[in-house]
Design a protein around this ligand. Structure first.
Ligand SMILES: [Cu+2]
Length: 134
């Protein structure tokens, strides 16, 4: 580990947000119902675009076009999700790939999720912090 991250980086990391920019890619997670409720299955769409509108060349990583892990604030809970789009011979859209995930989180509170993708050979991790409503 190197130096401490700048305070604005830490502050940003603690903000609740469904949108994250990593490198020159914008990641957005959209819960179908707008929010996630405890105990209810949520369908969440991960959408990726380039800031310059260029191609987003997703490559499969370990058998999926994305992996999502979710933790609760105490890092005790853990979920590992794969997209519903399981057919690797049918790549997602080349400019604005969208992948859907289903998750049921039993307890309200704050959660952190990481989306992992492989963008034309480069692994990118996008963190999101969000609230699960009662
Ligand atoms: Cu996975």
């Amino acid at each position: 580990m190197g130096a401490e991250p700048a305070s604005e980086v830490i502050a940003e990391a603690h903000q609740l947000s469904w949108v994250k920019t990593v490198e020159d890619c914008r990641f957005e997670m959209q819960p179908k119902e707008g929010i996630v409720r405890a105990g209810k299955e949520a369908q969440i769409t991960l959408s990726i675009t380039r800031l310059d509108g260029g191609a987003v060349a997703l490559r499969p990583v370990m058998g999926a076009y994305a992996h999502v892990v979710a933790f609760d604030e105490a890092r005790t809970g853990f979920a590992h999700l794969h997209p519903q789009e399981v057919d690797l011979t049918e790549p997602p859209d080349a400019v604005n790939p969208k992948l859907t995930f289903r998750i049921t989180i039993p307890t309200a509170g704050r959660y952190v999720t990481w989306a992992q993708i492989n963008l034309d050979g480069t692994e990118l991790f996008a963190p999101f912090r969000f609230e699960v409503m009662p």
